[in-house]
Design a protein around this ligand. Structure first.
Ligand code: CS2
Length: 440
């Protein structure tokens, strides 16, 4: 399609631009770019997609639900390789709602037609006290109570955030909360709700407004909510789906009984590498992942970190080498403008799962773990005000903790991450030196 000289028409006609909407059997919480590039895209590519429509609720944003509703829940997915853009209209969303619409959320979950709930609520979303309003776990428990009252049958919850054992984490917080409210509800949840663990991967930067015009020019359709993503995508799942699921395996998802090696590979190499670049790389003046990996110094740091992390992965060496090589290509895709500031957010929720396990494992072997400690040193500088702005649910507590002389700040922050790190003199002095070097 080429619409260079035409005024683009709105993207809103299912008949002409996409598919008819499918009956809602899946609900999603956390409607954003990543969900639309990942889970919604997998559903779109299933042979049984016409049976699995999605009702999606935003996390906090009101505007995105309204914008998507205004275009009949259709959107354009732009798959951006280093050399070209590919455009695809995704029709798998059947309805979009504001996250504040708890009544509809409850009603959807109380429907026997609905078999699945996927979630992208960020690492911080699994905390009960995360927001001033009702937290996500509170809202989930209320909706599950409605499902039980309606006798709507079993359901599967599929969390899709970067936490190891994310299904188990969610199951624990829900069980605890439900048990406090009503033990009979907790029993019903145990019998009727399946929690699936997942590893999700697709680099999806926040939308650059310049892409709106690009999509309009290329497709002839004015889409107010397109998503730009990379060509690579991975989804690994472990768990059961008592009420069924779309044939995601036909769209490339992998089902396994042993998810830990995939989790560690992704969290340590990709996400840990991202956090290293976000903190240490931004201190060298870089703004995007691609800019940072074009810098030999950052590349050396990345290599050092990957070397340490790889020593603790239970995967064949050749597989790790291939994964690292592919990651370098993905990080180096200069047409994906993935902002380091976006990745730097919520470090308090990210570093404990991306970096700390490797540092502890390296120290247990008597090694210094400079690669991993550099991430923590970069985070320390960031919390002390250097580099990109701080955005973190624990910001107030952490910025207070890192005031004063660098060495004692390093020791307090390390203790906050893990008491064993705070008590380890080698770790404290290494982080202090690395942070001093990064901030000059
Ligand atoms: C990133 C992830 O923002 C971050 O912390 O590391 O969002 C990363 O881009 C995705 O996990 C890629 O799948």
């Amino acid at each position: 399609m080429s619409g260079a000289a035409r005024t683009p028409s709105p993207l809103s006609r299912r008949a002409g631009d996409g598919r008819e909407s499918a009956p809602v059997r899946q609900v999603h919480l956390g409607l954003g770019g990543f969900f639309r590039a990942h889970q919604a895209w997998y559903t779109e590519h299933c042979p049984d997609r016409d049976e699995w429509g999605i009702a999606a609720f935003t996390g906090r944003s009101r505007d995105l639900a309204d914008t998507l509703t205004g275009q009949d829940s259709l959107y354009t997915l732009v798959t951006r390789s280093p050399s070209e853009d590919r455009f695809e209209v995704v029709s798998s969303l059947s309805a979009c709602y504001r996250g504040s619409d708890q009544e509809t959320f409850r009603a959807r979950l109380a429907s026997a037609q609905v078999r699945l709930l996927t979630l992208t609520i960020t690492e911080a979303g699994y905390r009960r006290e995360a927001t001033g309003l009702a937290s996500v776990p509170d809202r989930l428990v209320a909706a599950l109570a409605a499902r039980r009252a309606a006798d709507a049958g079993p359901i599967t919850l599929v969390p899709c955030d970067n936490l190891p054992g994310n299904g188990g984490v969610l199951a624990r917080v829900i069980a605890e909360l439900a048990g406090e409210i009503d033990p009979a509800l907790a029993d019903w949840i145990e019998e009727s709700v399946s929690f699936v663990d997942t590893v999700v991967d697709r680099i999806t930067p926040r939308l650059d407004p310049a892409d709106l015009a690009l999509v309009a020019a290329a497709t002839g359709r004015a889409d107010r909510a397109p998503v730009v993503t990379e060509p690579f995508s991975e989804w690994v799942l472990r768990g059961s789906f008592p009420a069924g699921r779309p044939a995601w395996d036909h769209a490339g998802a992998r089902f396994t009984d042993s998810i830990e090696p995939f989790e560690q590979r992704k969290l340590w190499l990709l996400n840990g590498g991202h956090s290293l670049l976000a903190y240490a790389g931004s201190l060298r003046g870089h703004r995007t992942v691609a800019d940072a990996v074009a810098d030999e110094t950052c590349l050396g740091w990345l290599d050092e970190w990957w070397q340490e992390a790889a020593a603790h992965l239970e995967l064949p060496d050749t597989e790790i080498a291939d994964y690292r090589a592919a990651l370098l290509d993905r990080f180096g895709n200069h047409r994906i403008r993935h902002q380091l500031a976006q990745i730097a957010a919520d470090g308090s929720q990210k570093l404990p799962v991306r970096v700390v396990p490797v540092v502890l494992a390296e120290r247990a072997l008597g090694r210094s773990s400079v690669g991993g400690l550099r991430v923590i040193a970069g985070w320390l500088c960031h919390l002390r005000g250097a580099g990109v702005p701080i955005s973190d649910p624990r910001a107030a507590e952490l910025t207070e903790l890192v005031r004063g002389p660098l060495g004692s700040a390093a020791s307090r922050l390390l203790r906050w991450l893990d008491p064993a790190l705070g008590d380890d003199a080698v770790v404290v002095s290494t982080v202090t030196e690395l942070a001093a070097g990064l901030s000059t």
